[in-house]
Design a protein around this ligand. Structure first.
Ligand code: FES
Length: 114
């Protein structure tokens, strides 16, 4: 096996998703968005622009709001991920999800300061 093919080999990556431990086999630079949707079937996380602009792929990664289309899955190793599936169904619409996540993050930051 050449060095180049070793770099391209899939690796096991473990994290917590919506409170459950998960291990996936993925290329280290594969997008977190694709792993969530394709391997874990968490299709509530959507791809819109694919460039970090629209927020339809938003997830919480260790409490930080991130665009999963810009996050290599290796960066999520050991992390705690929360996806839109964790939200009550009545507030899952794409247009309100970004606003909701912003509110969650602001509330968490405010609670930490108190
Ligand atoms: S798909 Fe638009 S920010 Fe990720």
């Amino acid at each position: 096996m050449t060095n180049k093919s070793k770099q391209r080999a899939k690796t096991e990556i473990s994290f917590i998703v919506n409170g459950e431990p998960k291990t996936v086999r993925a290329y280290t630079m594969e997008r977190l968005l694709d792993v969530l949707r394709q391997q874990l079937e968490l299709t509530g996380t959507k791809e819109g622009c694919g460039e970090g602009e629209c927020g339809s792929c938003s997830v919480l990664l260790d409490g930080m709001l991130v665009n999963s289309c810009l996050i290599p899955v290796l960066q999520a190793e050991g992390a705690n991920i929360v996806t839109i599936e964790e939200l009550p169904p009545e507030i899952r619409c794409i247009s309100c999800s970004r606003r909701f996540w912003n509110t969650v993050v602001r509330s968490a930051a405010s609670a930490r300061r108190e």
